[in-house]
Design a protein around this ligand. Structure first.
Ligand code: GLY
Length: 367
């Protein structure tokens, strides 16, 4: 495997990255060859990489099948507590699920958001893709749809998630995502009433993630599969953010944010602070960057820089792969990793991605 790359800053970038990347438009050339699977995070998430990759060794398995299987593996394994049932309880102690799956040939995507009482979020998302002409179903209506498609209603709360939520309530619901409400959310539980806003209110001056509230563990599996035929698919599954306001939907089920794929170009998967990330559609941005000639590493770093410009502290991670299997990743605010396995690889490899560091940027520097 030859890695054709050089170290340097591609002018006029005004952000520093600790990672190695190619000059503008140069191919990284680090594909393990097809079939291939690549996803956010290493550690417990590599079981999903392996399951999806091994499934693709049978050419009858489609790229969509592999993504569904990979994300399902994390849902069953409750990867890091951030995927599947029993994680990220909301203010009411309920776990709800966000998921999407996208076909890189038809560009169809199917998604569910704030899915209640059904464990198989990625599979319900696929049912949306395959049995409706819609893209996104939400909440109890998504549950009704799931039941009508043969999925079982189950309790998503576990002993651990109930205990964790109970401890949070006992600690005056700290931290939480409320701002500009009374009683003061930095010291009290709700119910809350809205306060009048003015131009200096926190709603206009700060991001939503309260300072000091770092997510517990990692937060999303986003996966891209490349079939031996070249067909591509992508998908995302997560239980969102701990202590979220009930009804909150993150980036996971948003096409172009949680993941995105165009088989003519490549795909992307994201993880991180979904409330911020979904405002930038970083995976759409990254795939369009590939289309415009960037290598995967640069495409990822550019998409992250666009978020850092407005939210310098955002926790983000995106993994990008072109349709030949060349790959890269970028993140901010934490030590992001991604995992891949392709060609004849006997095991999954985990890549550590040094955070992109924001120093300064002018709007005109964004390409
Ligand atoms: N990235 C997961 C979420 O914020 O919902």
């Amino acid at each position: 495997m030859t890695r054709l790359c050089q170290i340097g800053l591609a002018a006029p970038i005004a952000w520093l990255s600790a990672s190695v990347f190619t000059s503008y438009g140069q191919e990284i050339g680090n594909s393990p060859s097809l079939p291939m699977v690549i996803n956010t995070w290493g550690g417990p998430f590599t079981a999903a990489t392996d399951a999806a990759y091994l499934s693709l060794l049978d050419p009858k398995t489609s790229a969509l099948d592999a993504v569904e299987l990979g994300c399902s593996t994390c849902e069953v394994n409750q990867c890091d507590g951030s995927v599947g049932y029993g994680g990220s309880p909301d203010e009411n102690c309920e776990t709800t699920l966000d998921a999407m799956i996208m076909d890189g040939t038809s560009m169809k995507s199917g998604a569910v958001a704030a899915l209640r009482r059904v464990k198989e979020a990625i599979s319900v998302a696929r049912a949306v893709l395959e049995h409706t002409t819609h893209t996104l179903l939400v909440g109890d209506f998504a549950t009704d749809f799931a039941v009508s498609n043969g999925f079982a209603v189950q309790n998503l709360t576990t002993e651990n998630s109930a205990a964790s939520c109970g401890q949070w309530k006992a600690a005056n619901c700290q931290p939480n995502y409320r701002i500009n409400v009374s009683p003061d959310p930095s010291g009290s539980c709700g119910p809350y009433a809205p306060l009048a806003l003015n131009a200096s209110s926190a709603a206009y001056t700060s991001q939503l993630l309260p300072s000091g509230d770092k997510p517990e563990g990692h937060d999303t599996i986003s996966m891209i599969a490349l079939h031996a035929s070249g067909a591509m698919a992508a998908g995302t599954s997560t239980n969102g953010a701990s202590r979220k306001v009930p009804g909150r939907v993150g980036d996971g089920p948003i096409t172009g944010s949680g993941s995105y794929v165009d088989g003519e170009v490549g795909g992307c998967g994201a993880t991180g602070d979904g409330d911020v990330m979904m405002r930038f559609l970083p995976c759409y941005q990254a795939v369009e960057n590939l289309r415009r000639g960037m290598a995967p590493q640069q495409a990822a770093e550019d998409a992250v820089r666009r978020m850092l410009r407005k939210y310098p502290d955002v926790q983000s991670g995106i993994v990008v792969v072109n349709n030949r299997g060349d790959h890269g990743g970028a993140g901010s605010g934490w030590g992001f990793t991604y995992a891949y396995r392709g060609g004849g690889m006997s095991e999954t490899v985990v890549v550590s991605v040094p955070p992109v560091v924001a120093v300064a940027v002018e709007a005109g520097d964004l390409r």
